[in-house]
Design a protein. Structure first.
Length: 63
């Protein structure tokens, strides 16, 4: 039986590093270390399509 408390603790053990990395600008340089290997500074760009919520004024009916 896996130890779920240990799994959850291991998953969140680098939360401080991640929040610090997200506060950096895109041009900043990350420190050396195994956690920062292969990562880029700054937040990830998230695009959300909100066009589905715009009312077009056309009423659709089922025939």
């Amino acid at each position: 039986m896996p130890d779920y408390e240990a799994i959850i603790a291991r998953r969140n053990c680098n939360a401080a590093f991640e929040s610090w990395r997200q506060r950096l600008s895109q041009g900043d340089k990350l420190p050396r270390g195994p956690y920062f290997a292969g990562k880029k500074p700054g937040r990830k760009i998230v695009l959300m399509d909100e066009a589905w919520s715009v009312k077009t004024g056309v009423q659709r009916t089922l025939d």
